[in-house]
Design a protein around this ligand. Structure first.
Ligand SMILES: Cc1ncc(COP(=O)(O)O)c(C=O)c1O
Length: 378
């Protein structure tokens, strides 16, 4: 089995993820922040440590400004639905995932929020000046994909923030955190939304959002927080304001293991290894006739997420053939129809290859052999 779908969720997970999850479920299991007993406080310790490590990962000085959510999608919904009000204006790009576009389209219908979409070039690049041209007095936020889940392009979010000034910058970092350096201070990011089950190696069902001091979206959920129980109103302090109900503590425990793994190996070597794998996949595919690779193929700001097609074959056919050989990629539109229109592959989409830290050179070689064979068939 060769798993090349790490952009959807990483697999396999490091042993540290499994051990931490196992330890929590076997030996801890309490509901954090709800009761004063030892298992409850131990569960809270897992959450505290994971939050602290996450803060270190994105260079946030206040870990309490990191909120755990169910996934990257919930983080984006909290930011978008919670910050944009009736008749606001928002700017986004043509590379966005539906986890950005769908909440924006909902707001367009329900709150008459005006949505401007900046067109990216077919290679994924964006001219920051195109964003500036669209700014007007009602513009409340720019929502931008940090790293494309289709062609891996990384956008210059720091440059964009310098240009937009006080306007809130909401960054969809689902593909970048853990796979590319993310520094909220250096890039002056206001809101960072991300998944914890992709390059942070937690299990599925966990995401997070960081919000700069002064950014206060309306919560998506209200309810028990275990704190200030004498009040029937939602507490206003963080993280409790945005973390109602029993959290996914097993997921957070797994994340703690994943973050320990990243610390042990070093984020720099993880990024380097994934970049080398990206290079090998692109070089291998480029040698084959009839293969079209999308996006920029240089060694610049790119994630290890590669989209391609075989001339004369539908991506679904290629995916079917790969699946028969136990090579697992993702084919189709990858929840980002506008991005496929941008790169010229709508409506069929592409075959997406996303190697991960545990991918080996042999697996890449077997994959290239398989593509050669599939491409050679009539
Ligand atoms: C760019 C991007 N944004 C948002 C999401 C949604 O993240 P999640 O699956 O954690 O909800 C994904 C997931 O693939 C993504 O790639």
């Amino acid at each position: 089995m060769i798993y090349f779908d790490n952009a959807a969720t990483s697999f396999p997970k490091p042993q540290e993820t499994i051990d931490s999850l196992n330890d929590f479920v076997r030996n801890v299991g309490g509901n954090p922040g709800r009761s004063g007993h030892a298992l409850s406080t131990e569960a809270a310790r897992y959450i505290f440590e994971a939050r602290e490590k996450l803060a270190g990962m994105i260079n946030a000085c206040d870990s309490e400004r990191i909120i755990f959510t169910q996934n990257g999608t919930e983080s984006l919904n909290l930011a978008i639905l919670g910050l944009l009000q009736e008749k606001d204006h928002v700017i986004t790009t043509s590379l966005e995932h539906n986890s950005v576009m769908r909440p924006l389209m909902f707001l367009n219908k329900e709150r008459r929020v005006d949505v401007s979409v900046v067109q990216c070039a077919a290679n994924g690049s964006l001219d920051a000046k195109d964003i500036k041209k669209l700014i007007r007095k009602e513009t409340k936020a720019i929502v931008i994909n940090h790293g494309s889940n289709i062609i891996g392009t990384v956008q210059p979010v720091g440059e964009i923030k310098r240009m937009i000034g006080e306007i809130t910058l909401i960054v969809d970092a689902c593909q970048t955190v853990g796979s590319f350096p993310v520094d909220i201070e250096e890039d002056n990011i206001d809101v960072l939304c991300f998944s914890c089950h992709k390059s942070l190696y937690g299990i599925q069902g966990l995401g997070a959002i960081y919000m700069r001091n002064g950014i206060e979206p309306i919560p998506l959920k209200f309810g028990g927080t275990g704190s200030r129980s004498e009040f029937i109103e939602q507490p206003l302090f963080l993280p409790d304001r945005y973390e109602s109900g029993t959290p996914n503590t097993p997921g957070i425990a797994s994340l703690l293991g994943g973050l320990s793994f990243i610390e042990k190996v070093g984020i720099g070597s993880i990024i380097r290894k994934k970049q080398d794998l990206r290079r090998s996949v692109i070089d291998g595919l480029s040698c084959l006739p009839g293969i079209v690779i999308y996006g920029d193929q240089g060694n610049g700001n790119q994630l290890p997420v590669i989209s391609f097609n075989i001339a004369g074959k539908l991506p679904s056919e290629v995916g079917y053939e790969l699946n028969k050989r136990a090579i697992y990629t993702r084919v189709g539109l990858h929840c980002a129809p506008l991005a496929h229109k941008t790169i010229g592959t709508f409506p069929e989409g592409t075959v997406r290859v996303a190697p991960g830290y545990f991918t080996t050179d042999d697996e890449v070689a077997l994959f290239i052999e398989a593509i050669k064979e599939i491409a050679g068939r009539t």
